[in-house]
Design a protein. Structure first.
Lengths: 410, 368, 576
């Protein structure tokens, strides 16, 4: 029960002003409203950038996204995904063991990438192949020796597991290779001419070791940066909505471009940090060479980061909760990046409409640039168009975001 | 089943599906991924641009080149007129490989002397390069065989190569069924992980705690809907795979379901464990992602477990998805009998028991 | 210039959906500078929408709005230079320190150089935050956050200051300080618009605007509005333990449009031109005295909104068995330690059957901790908690089955329909089959939820959410009800409705425990425990507490005065 009397009695609260006389208001009450506040724009942007950086430093989640996530993902992609069949478990069926078959078996077993088990019946390895315990079965037919002598075909049969076509092709290629080598050795030792008429001499440029990791890592970095870039900005704006801080900000003189710059700049540096960590990790742990220059790396990264960051901002104009924002960011960057950037799956083999779509995926240009910078060097014919296209994309996305953003609640 | 549990289960299912946006999120991304994987996920090399630098003037080289032209693996063939053109073409990735035929090619062929053709490959795309190399090799070898055919018996015995299981070696047949595992995992994990943390943030979790419901009952009430969702989704994707893409299920569907149920239980355990560990929805989502990424990458989904370094392989074996993918691919493509499938089921069952127990222990501890 | 019209609103309409009801319907008024204009109204009346429109954050659907001479949409940048705005959630960055928050807003508003240093000094002194400049805003108490929010809004000495519910959830001491700051501003000619759900604050304003359902009901001097019902307010004293039945009976009469409990007395408001109520009419058993009382703004407000909704709650079937003499709820030496910090220190009380007991105290005092321990949500480090004779931590299922719980902000499943919520809570408490059906039918009839069974709980208006939450809490017929801040921030109409339900439940034998920091709510309780810094420093009836601090200087203390006095006494004791 608070009467007016109660209020008036308390010293803390002065009388309601309705019957007080007022002095002429000081200039403080009606200040100069500098509507065209020169230098104000820079000051406001700096203030917003500073606020954002303080928040980043004090809130660990942004750092987790920029530091822990790339390391985790690189680790997974670098070690977990590999197309190099390093150890092939092969079952060899020798129906009639004899010195010839022993020699062939020995040459197979001595090859570093074969792990060989022997049996005498074709059916022995059926279960193993079905249960995925071996990659292939080599069958040396009963009359192996006679067939060889006759120059007959089909002395050797290889059965692969077609469930993994890639491995099946590679297993096949390696067994063929082992077979050719053995034939050549055998021919030399018995004086027979068994050299192939035409042989091919492969020369691999840029990745002579043909390590699949060498080509996967640049793609992984591109994918990681795309996800982190859009996740960072999408999250920070959604966070402002969820915490309610955006309402007070909207009522200040800050304008849309000032707001957007305030979000992009600090997260740009965070993205660069993530990139530096990724590149460092790749070079020191994965032994990736860096044949191009740091300058081109920086240029490509800048162009790409701007696209990723502005994509995140665009997402944040539609998603006002952190949950929704991160879902959309992940879907929009991970899936297209995985499929359409040329990172794992070969673009030229896809149906034409999908190939056309991939031209819109920014990661595609960054993957190309990174693969070139790491493995080949500063090749302008690849880098310059890619960087230009990425810059153009970032301008377009930023413009869209600007158009979609209003300093209002509706 | 006591009425309390039934009430919980009904509530969970209603909560998960009431929102049309959530319903869309359950349907659209999985379907999109199924189609994407079916059409875009391929490691084959078709349509690759190559270049040819022919220093020979004879007939043999032209015959060989015409074979390249007829091959379907190559989209365009660029004919270089000088050596200087090769480097920029490869550098700019205008061509993926260059075949270089030496000057004395036709002469040596006529004299039945061995000759070698150089193949330059772009190692930036090492996987495609290797595959392309083997295509080119095959064409060259075929040409060589044809040259000597009829004159002498070929000295070289060929190696006959066949594939059991997926004999046409279509990538789609292996990629798409795998989605039964991955999509079920991602969906069930997300639902489970959000269930507790969403209730905590909304405040309804307190309401549950104040009621006579025991922590164990609350957990079962959340796990059963997850199981229902997982099995339903797995069934739907299997239906799409078999009916829309015509990939046959060579094995027994009951075997598949056995694996699916145990797998879903293991994932539910992981999801509930994460959910009881964290306090906000955002953390729950991060936790789910932190689990899902390694689970996807280290499961054999994109590349075989065999290719991973030795020290990483045990980690793959701790992942329920690894085992389930073997089951799925086995049942679809290899008519895997129950006896072999069981070898993969029991590790998942162990993991399910372990994670569910850990989750319920955490639940009870946090509720004190 | 004082008295100048700083904001002119002309037939302003705002619709959020093209064919729905408008949030604001063709309202017109003007705001004068040099005074505080209050905006009062029930929840959902359109107060926040109005503030956002004036701040240029929403686009008007129809009508004209001119603030500080600018069009709010076309000249929004210029407008933002001229106004200060404090939204409901303060707009503070929790990861930034006090000084960093101030610096940010100073930069954004262009307060630099010497002006900045002077302004900071002035504001920090004003808000008494000078000692906390390097503390993170997230670590400030509710009251301090509010003061900081206000300081940030005041940085550039705006011409118009818009404050959206600035005193919600803040303890009375901080609330008074906020008022002090704001009134000092008006002396400088600043116009202040202050939205509030606390009607006693409305009385402090020079002018008040009353909104209801988007329509403008009144604009003018609050004292005039109060005077308007001057002779229609009466106080019925001497009712004693009977006072709740007295109130219920009074409300059942058509000429009595409003009634609330006020300590041991009952306050009644009669219809226009109706005579004073007599003891005979009220059918009271004992001797009661009925005397005219000085009207409050709240009385006028409720009368203007049409009086209290009359609803009779039929809960006969839920009559509780007679007590066996044991206490309904007991807390014995409840202690909760978080590491070194003692949140609750040997708190003891005992609640009789049929009593309404309140836990009162500022935020962070330990009352929520105590409450959680009593509900079974937090295991105490020491002591016992008993509900209906059952120890909460030794026989948890039995104890929990005996209590009903209504959380702050209701915690219903917003995505599920009313019926689905009822079905679930019934099942969760072990009801099934015919028993569940009957229980649900009973509450649906009692709370008139029938027409809304298929509606999603989250879309219900506040009053209905309250009813649904209460129904879910009593489905299993518990003898004890625990309510966590049930009506904080809720408008007076809904609040009266709610307490009407509670009163009828008390009549059928239910025991209620309430936590609150809202003084008026404490008036509804039979007894109150004052919790401060983890200790219960006083347990008594509200009237007795008020009497205990009566001094010649303070002959008629309110509960708020008692609260402040007792806290200060405790501080002195601890300092000694």
């Amino acid at each position: 029960m608070s009467d007016l009397e109660t209020l008036e009695r308390t010293d803390l609260v002065p009388q309601p002003p309705s019957d007080r006389k007022f002095e002429a208001p000081e200039s403080r009450a009606r200040p100069d409203i500098a509507v065209s506040d020169k230098g104000g724009s820079m000051r406001r942007m700096r203030a917003l950038i500073r606020k954002e950086m303080l928040q980043i430093i004090r809130d660990p989640s942004s750092l987790v996204v920029a530091v822990v996530l790339p390391l985790l993902l690189l680790f997974l992609f670098g070690f977990g995904v590999s197309f190099d069949v390093t150890k092939m478990r092969v079952g060899v069926v020798i129906e009639n063991p004899n010195p010839e078959t022993e020699m062939f078996l020995a040459s197979l077993a001595n090859t570093p990438f074969f792990q060989v088990r022997v049996a005498h019946d074709r059916r022995a390895f059926l279960d193993d192949l079905t249960a995925s315990r071996i990659e292939g079965v080599v069958i040396l037919a009963g009359d192996f020796t006679q067939r060889i002598g006759r120059g007959d075909t089909v002395g050797v049969q290889i059965i692969t597991d077609g469930t993994d076509p890639n491995t099946a092709s590679l297993v096949n290629a390696y067994v063929q290779g082992a077979w050719q080598t053995w034939l050549a050795q055998r021919a030399l030792s018995s004086g027979l001419q068994a050299k192939a008429l035409i042989s091919t001499e492969p020369r691999v440029w840029f990745n002579p070791e043909l390590e699949s990791r060498r080509f996967l890592v640049p793609g992984s970095i591109a994918l990681i940066l795309m996800m982190i870039g859009s996740l960072l900005t999408a999250l920070v704006v959604a966070r402002e909505w969820e915490r309610g801080t955006i309402e007070a900000l909207l009522a200040t003189p800050a304008s849309v471009p000032e707001f957007l710059v305030g979000k992009v700049v600090p997260n740009f540096f965070l993205g660069l940090l993530a990139m530096a960590i990724s590149v460092g990790f790749s070079i020191f742990v994965f032994d990736m060479p860096l044949r191009g220059s740091i300058f081109s790396l920086l240029a490509a990264t800048t162009a790409f980061l701007l696209v990723a960051l502005s994509a995140g901002l665009l997402i944040s104009t539609v998603a006002r909760t952190q949950f929704l924002a991160s879902q959309i960011a992940m879907m929009a960057s991970f899936l297209p990046g995985l499929f359409f950037s040329g990172f794992i799956f070969e673009l030229s083999s896809m149906p034409a409409p999908l190939r056309a779509f991939s031209a819109l995926v920014p990661a595609r240009y960054f993957v190309k640039s990174l693969q070139t910078i790491f493995l080949a060097g500063d090749i302008a014919s690849v880098l310059v168009p890619s960087i230009l296209i990425l810059s153009f994309m970032s301008v377009v996305v930023m413009a869209l975001t600007w158009r979609n953003s209003k300093m209002r609640l509706d | 089943m006591p009425p309390k549990l039934i009430a919980l289960i009904i509530k969970e299912l209603l909560s998960a599906f009431h929102d049309p946006r959530t319903r869309i999120a359950f349907i659209v991304p999985p379907i999109m991924q199924v189609f994407l994987y079916a059409y875009a996920a391929t490691l084959e090399v078709t349509n690759a641009p190559i270049g040819v630098y022919n220093e020979d003037w004879g007939q043999s080289s032209r015959q060989l080149i015409s074979r390249f032209e007829k091959a379907s693996a190559f989209s365009t063939i660029t004919y270089f007129k000088s050596e200087k053109e090769i480097q920029p073409a490869i550098d700019s990735q205008g061509v993926l490989a260059v075949v270089r035929i030496p000057q004395d090619f036709s002469r040596k062929i006529a004299a039945r002397e061995p000759v070698s053709v150089q193949v330059l490959l772009d190692g930036r795309k090492s996987n495609s390069a290797q595959i392309l190399n083997s295509y080119i090799n095959a064409i060259v070898a075929n040409y060589a065989v044809d040259v000597v055919l009829g004159e002498e018996r070929p000295d070289v015995s060929a190696v006959l190569d066949r594939s059991w299981f997926n004999p046409n070696r279509e990538y789609r047949n292996t990629m798409v069924p795998s989605l039964v595992g991955t999509l079920t995992m991602t969906t069930v994990l997300m639902v489970m992980v959000m269930s507790v943390s969403r209730e905590r943030e909304l405040g309804t979790f307190e309401q549950l705690l104040v009621s006579p419901l025991q922590p164990l009952e609350i957990m079962i009430g959340k796990a059963v809907p997850g199981l229902i969702i997982g099995v339903a989704l797995g069934t739907a994707i299997t239906a799409i795979v078999t009916l829309v893409f015509g990939i046959p299920l060579t094995g027994s569907i009951f075997v598949l379901y056995a694996g699916l149920i145990v797998f879903t239980l293991a994932i539910i355990g992981v999801g509930l464990f994460i959910s009881s560990l964290v306090s906000t929805q955002q953390q729950a989502m991060l936790g789910a992602m932190v689990y899902m990424m390694p689970a996807m990458m280290l499961s054999g989904f994109t590349s075989p477990v065999q290719n991973m370094p030795d020290w990483l392989q045990p980690v793959a074996l701790l992942n329920p998805l690894t085992h389930f993918l073997v089951i799925v691919r086995g049942v679809f493509l290899r008519d895997m009998p129950m006896a072999l499938v069981a070898e993969r089921i029991w590790p998942m069952a162990v993991m399910a028991v372990f994670t569910l127990t850990a989750a319920s222990w955490l639940f009870r501890r946090k509720l004190g | 210039m004082t008295g100048e019209e700083i904001a002119i609103v002309d037939k302003l309409t705002k619709r959020f959906t093209p064919d729905g009801t408008p949030a604001l319907d063709a309202i017109s008024f003007s705001i004068k500078s040099g005074q505080v204009t209050g905006v009062a109204g029930p929840d959902g009346a359109g107060k926040t929408t109005l503030m956002r429109l004036m701040a240029g954050l929403l686009v008007p659907t129809e009508g004209k709005l001119t603030v500080c001479g600018y069009d709010t949409i076309k000249d929004s940048i210029a407008l933002h230079h001229a106004i200060g705005y404090m939204p409901q959630r303060f707009g503070l960055y929790e990861d930034l320190t006090v000084l960093e928050n101030l610096t940010l807003y100073a930069d954004l508003r262009g307060v630099v150089g010497k002006a900045r240093t002077e302004t900071f000094e002035r504001l920090l002194a004003f808000t008494d935050l000078a000692r906390f400049t390097s503390r993170l805003a997230g670590n400030l108490s509710g009251g301090m956050k509010q003061k900081l929010g206000l300081a940030c809004a005041m940085l550039k000495s705006p011409r118009l200051l818009l404050l959206d519910e600035p005193s919600v959830g803040v303890d009375p001491i901080s609330r008074r300080e906020l008022w002090r700051m704001v009134l000092a501003l008006t002396e400088d000619g600043v116009a202040v618009v202050w939205t509030t759900a606390y009607l006693d604050e409305a009385e402090n304003c020079a002018e008040v605007i009353v909104l209801n359902n988007g329509a403008l009901l009144y604009k003018g001097d609050p004292k005039a509005m109060t005077a308007h019902i001057g002779d229609r307010v009466f106080l019925v004293e001497g009712g004693g333990g009977e006072r709740r039945t007295l109130l219920a009976r009074a409300l059942s009469r058509p000429e009595i449009i409003d009634g609330v409990l006020q300590g041991d007395a009952v306050r009644l408001v009669v219809k226009e031109d109706a005579p004073a109520p007599t003891a005979v009419e009220l059918e009271s058993a004992g001797r009661v005295t009925i005397a005219p009382a000085k009207p409050r703004f709240e009385d006028a407000f409720v009368a203007m909104l049409g009086g209290q909704p009359k609803r009779t709650l039929d809960l006969q079937a839920a009559r509780q068995p007679a007590s066996e003499g044991r206490a309904a709820v007991e807390a014995i030496d409840l202690t909760m330690k978080f590491g070194d910090f003692t949140a609750a220190d040997h708190i003891s009380f005992s609640i009789k059957r049929g009593e309404i007991f309140g836990l009162l105290g500022p935020n962070g005092a330990g009352k929520s901790t105590t409450f959680k321990m009593m509900c079974g949500l937090l295991r105490p480090t020491g002591g016992t908690a008993r509900v209906d004779g059952y120890d909460l931590y030794r026989a948890p299922s039995a104890a929990r089955g005996r209590l009903g719980y209504m959380a702050q902000k209701f915690s219903l499943y917003g995505d599920l329909s009313v019926r689905q919520n009822l079905d679930f809570f019934g099942g969760a408490y072990g009801l099934w089959g015919a028993k569940k059906r009957d229980a649900i039918d009973r509450v649906v009839a009692a709370f008139d939820l029938g027409p809304h069974l298929g509606v999603k709980a989250g879309t219900l208006p506040l009053g209905f959410k309250q009813r649904l939450a209460l129904s879910c809490a009593i489905l299993h017929n518990p003898p004890v009800l625990f309510l966590d801040e049930p009506t904080s921030g809720v408008d007076p109409i809904t609040r009266r409705e709610f307490w009407g339900y509670i009163n009828s439940m008390i009549a059928s034998g239910v025991t209620v425990m309430v936590t609150t920091h809202f003084m008026d709510e404490a008036e509804y309780c039979d007894r109150v425990a004052l919790i401060y810094r983890g200790k219960s420093i006083a347990i008594d009836t509200p009237d007795a507490l008020q009497a205990s601090v009566r001094t010649p200087a303070l002959p008629n203390p309110t509960l708020e005065d008692a609260f402040i006095a007792l806290i200060e006494a405790q501080d002195r004791r601890e300092a000694a």
